[in-house]
Design a protein around this ligand. Sequence first.
Ligand SMILES: [Cu+2]
Length: 163
Amino acid sequence: MAAGLILMALGAAAGPGPGAGPGQAAPWDFGPGGMMGFGAVNIGSGPDPGSPGFVAGTASAPRVVRIVASDALRFFPDVVTVRQGETITFEVTTMGMSSHEFMVGPAADVAADTAGTPEVADVAMVQTKSLTYTFSGPGPFAFACHAPGHYEAGMKGTIVVVA
Ligand SMILES: [Cu+2]
């Protein structure tokens, strides 16, 4: 049943964008592990701010948001909504052959690849790395991959901050 729900979620979420085709193994399907809460193996990452069941992430209990990095040089999702002040743990999984980076922080620093901006690097095929970040202030915040050529190809995402 859980697997069916996951497949439905994937089908609804993946849409026509870059991602796994039908029948393709999904790297975030880690098998019969978690079904609820932080152990959930669905890309939907749980309710967004404003949705029923939303629970804001805190420093001691960050909200987990799953991100897939693809060979199409895109992140999925490429828009993440957070509540101002929330602490998020991004679980970044590479789906495809190329390795990616995931940088998150103030949009200007992310765009400029400023040294010291939080990031994880060398996320290789079917590997997952996590990065926890607290969205203090109204932003703007963003995320990006600065592997050579990737950002220029459009491998970036937007953080929407809600009050
Ligand atoms: Cu990349």
